[in-house]
Design a protein around this ligand. Structure first.
Ligand code: ADP
Length: 862
């Protein structure tokens, strides 16, 4: 077999080190890919697959992208979770002996990408690393765009899944020995990319970052991540901030099922922001603020002191409307300082960025004064820490022109007066040009040729142009012919040549010097990175707090208080998002009282009456309070919850291949296993996904379990009316219902929560609203009447509940075993048909399906 050409051999050698990445191999003006990479990339990027001779018998598959438009292709690959290794020519091809030297200069991955589409302005882009040591799980997180570093111990793998999902990490760096089962679950659940790094000893360069971290497992986890970043990014990481240790139980835990269900940052159906809590809340003015808002929503607080600190500042902002509005206007001019600091360290800022930095810093003195004037302890302490970095503002002001170009390599960046050397070159260049303008005048006078002009082009430099008709007017021997055009000739003179070389030399020097001065300036900005990061933190915090104040005032929210005894009392509470969407006047506010003696509310009421809206509104109110925002209610006194669990809605978990019912049970289990007496549980229609008896039995057992063993505040909505009798048995369970009335035979939902159990289900009324055929509805009513009259003949409800210790006895209540002797009782066959009828979910059927179903049932009866 023939050997590969030296270049392909070079390619293969480099590729061997980057097996899990697309290798973008620089060849002239293109990045080329070969072999498998070419085949895969041509499919993913939809670009043409070609081939080339590489010395072997078969041609080598190849595809490529022009280097100037590579960014878009790289983004597409990163967005799909791939990695891209950028391999550049690292010597001048003209100087190269043999194959041009090439090296990978950066590995771009989903967790390390610094710009482009993959980076959401309003979201952090975290890369994680995980280390398991002595059965303990260490987690480290870095956002390379902002330099933020975090680390924490994670108690269980379940918590790790939650945490990775919740922070939205895109990539996880682990050891090759990491559990394959965990890796699979993380991949399935959180769609992350995996990378491997074995080095876990911190180098001296970075040891300062982990000074505060004493635990060895965490130190190793951080070190693994930093080594990976250093190895792949191959550039300065000066913007990395000291690692902050956090603990999961310092925040309100909401697992990923519940976060999804409560639609905190995206909606379940559309998977977009619109309709989520963050959509409602985001009145931030800076991208940094928006990112912090998301972090706060992801991690509500549990420390009353910290919550009160935020709430008080929100209150202060509400009380100072004009100052707040001025502050919002000033914030509009504040650029993303955090990401800018990252780009400064990475070496990819331009002069416009630095001008925006200057503009941002110019706002700080006024912001400082304004925050100081708010006159609260908290605002004063923040104001004191706001650092306008005046030296930096002044250097930038002196150095950079008002409207610099995007590129930093073509000059026109630096102001006159900033550098003596630059001024000198500019003097030569400008003077030279002046001299040329004067020469043009002199030559016209000397020769009498009015149309004579002096021009410039890249090939011939400066020239004197004379039209053909005037050539005879030129003195012999003084002008050297350079170029002949159709109608004119171009000449140079020794004087012109001399000036030209001075001007050109000066211009070349100007461009070079401007670039050097810019890089020097960038290095100077680098030294301000820690101060800029601190400033960014304070400004983003203030931004989120003004955002809370703005929303709270606009939507008439109220400041919550916290009850020591764990009581929950909400007067006229509203669902923040539904209220916004539907128009505040239409929304029916509801109270909620849960004291020591009312831990479980069993909520009954027709479908569509507002049960799940009510439950969600309680959870969202608790979350809003614990992130430090006012709440949608007239009055609210709340416990500080440690965890919130929900089982709401019926979203199939297709990714992990689990059925609706399995998801329902997993979510329920999660709550039952992890909830404590300080938690909030929302169970919406548990047991719906299985047969009636099955479902009801499970629902009752869960309620009893929560009552006996957990004592969490629980809202339990159900369509099993039979469960309402539990009130008599379980001390802290109370029935409430959503009121509905019948008007002219039609159901009207009042959306009002009342004490006690609902009188009936109104299922048929809802079917009527859904406009099922009249005959069908009439027949359903007939069947229901019959069914109800029969059921009245059964054992009284309370007696059954008393017998709950005997499961068989309980089931007998639900007429599973009809009393055979009674002639009026339906036969077993009829009973089965009735059961079938009962379990029909009319709301999920088309009218035609319903007719068919009824027809089949009738046929069985005949
Ligand atoms: P359920 O859980 O009882 O089936 P939902 O909570 O899904 O009912 O509510 C159904 C619809 O009723 C909601 O989409 C909303 O439009 C409306 N709704 C619910 N609660 C209220 C309320 N308090 N005020 C006004 N409309 C409401």
């Amino acid at each position: 077999m023939a050997a590969y050409t030296p270049m392909i051999q070079q390619y293969l050698k480099i590729k061997a080190e980057y097996k899990d990445a697309f290798l973008f191999f620089r060849l002239g003006d293109f990045y080329e890919m070969f072999f498998e990479d070419a085949i895969n990339a041509s499919q993913v990027l939809e670009i043409t697959l070609t081939s080339r001779d590489g010395g072997s018998e078969e041609r080598i598959p190849m595809c490529g992208v022009p280097h100037h438009s590579a960014a878009g292709y790289i983004e597409q690959l990163i967005d799909k979770g791939y990695k891209v290794a950028i391999c550049e020519q690292t010597e001048d091809p003209k100087q190269a002996k043999g194959v041009v030297r090439r090296e990978v200069v950066q590995l771009i991955t989903p967790g390390t990408v610094m710009d482009g589409k993959a980076i959401e302005e309003k979201e952090n882009n975290y890369i994680a690393s995980v280390t398991v040591s002595d059965a303990r799980i260490g987690l480290a997180l870095t956002d390379l765009t902002t330099g933020e570093n975090l680390t924490a111990f994670i108690p269980t793998f379940h918590d790790l899944l939650n945490e990775i999902y919740s922070v939205g990490a895109k990539e996880i760096v682990i050891s090759e020995n990491f559990s394959k089962e965990w890796e699979k679950q993380l991949k399935d659940r959180c769609q992350v990319t995996f990378s491997y790094e074995e080095e876990t000893k911190i180098t001296s360069e970075f040891s300062i970052l982990i000074e505060e971290i004493k635990d060895e497992c965490l130190q190793q986890t951080v070190a693994r991540l930093i080594h990976y970043l250093k190895r792949t990014q191959k550039r300065s990481l000066d913007h990395l901030q000291a690692v902050q240790l956090y603990e999961l139980d310092e925040t309100l835990k909401i697992d990923f099922f519940s976060k999804k269900n409560l639609e905190l940052t995206e909606t379940i159906r559309a998977k977009g922001k619109k309709g989520s809590l963050i959509w409602l809340l985001d009145e931030t003015k800076t991208a940094m603020g928006a990112r912090l808002l998301k972090q706060w929503i992801d991690k509500p607080l549990v420390s009353e002191k910290k919550i009160e600190e935020r709430l008080n500042m929100v209150e202060t902002f509400i009380g100072h409307y004009f100052e707040r509005e001025d502050f919002r206007t000033l914030l509009k001019e504040v650029y993303d300082l955090e990401r800018l600091a990252g780009r400064v360290a990475f070496g990819n800022v331009n002069a416009r960025d630095l001008n925006q930095l200057k503009k941002s810093l110019e706002q700080v003195p006024e912001i400082k004064e304004l925050i100081e004037s708010l006159n609260s302890d908290y605002s004063k302490s923040i104001a004191k820490r706001l650092d306008p970095c005046e030296e930096l503002t002044s250097i930038l002001g002196q150095a950079i022109v008002e409207e610099p170009p995007l590129t930093i390599k073509e000059g026109n960046i630096i102001k006159d007066g900033y550098s003596g050397k630059l001024d000198e070159y500019r003097y030569i260049s400008r003077n030279g040009k002046q001299w040329i303008a004067e020469l043009e005048q002199q030559e016209r006078q000397k020769t009498g040729i009015k149309s004579l002009k002096i021009g410039y082009n890249r090939v011939f430099g400066y020239y004197i142009e004379v039209t053909r008709a005037n050539l005879h007017l030129l003195a012999e021997g003084q002008y050297e012919r350079k170029q002949t055009l159709t109608n004119a000739e171009r000449f140079v003179t020794p004087d012109l040549k001399e000036k030209e070389s001075l001007i050109l030399e000066a211009e070349e020097k100007i461009v070079g010097l401007e670039y050097d001065l810019f890089v020097e300036l960038r290095e100077k900005v680098k030294t301000f990175i820690p101060r800029l990061q601190e400033l960014a933190k304070l400004l983003s915090e203030l931004d989120v707090l003004q955002c809370f104040a703005t929303v709270s005032e606009k939507r008439h929210y109220t400041k919550p208080s916290f009850s020591k005894a764990g009581e929950l009392f909400i007067k006229d509470g509203r669902h923040p998002v539904v209220e916004k969407v539907m128009d505040a006047q239409e929304y029916v506010p509801n109270d909620c009282t849960m004291s020591e003696y009312r831990n479980i509310l069993l909520i009954t009421g027709p479908n569509m009456s507002g049960k799940s809206t009510y439950m969600r509104q309680i959870a969202l109110t608790a979350i809003l309070a614990q992130i430090g925002c006012f709440v949608p209610a007239e009055e609210a006194s709340l416990p500080i919850f440690d965890q919130i669990f929900t089982r709401i809605g019926a979203a199939d978990d297709l990714i992990s291949g689990q059925s609706t019912f399995m998801v329902e049970m997993l979510e329920a289990k999660n709550a039952i296993v992890h909830a404590t007496g300080r938690s909030l549980i929302l169970f919406d229609e548990i047991g719906r996904g299985t047969s009636t008896y099955d479902g009801m039995a499970l629902a009752q057992a869960m309620i009893e379990y929560i009552h006996e063993h957990i004592g969490a505040k629980t809202l339990f909505s159900t369509h099993y009316h039979e469960l309402t009798v539990l009130e008599a048995e379980l001390k802290t369970l109370k029935n409430v219902h959503v009121q509905a009335i019948e008007e002219h035979g039609k159901v009207v939902f009042l959306h009002k929560i009342e004490e006690g159990a609902a009188d009936k289900s109104y299922g048929i009324h809802v079917a009527e609203l859904a406009e099922l055929p009249d005959v069908l509805i009439a027949r359903a009513k007939e069947i229901l009447d019959h069914f109800e009259s029969e059921s009245k003949k059964e054992t009284p409800v309370t007696e059954v509940v008393k017998e709950t210790k005997e499961p068989e006895a309980q089931l007998s209540f639900f007429t599973e075993e009809p009393v055979k002797q009674k002639a009026s009782q339906p036969s077993k066959k009829e009973q089965a048909i009735l059961e079938q009828l009962k379990s029909i979910n009319l709301l999920e059927m088309t009218p035609l399906d319903a007719m068919n179903e009824l027809y089949q049932l009738q046929k069985k009866l005949k």
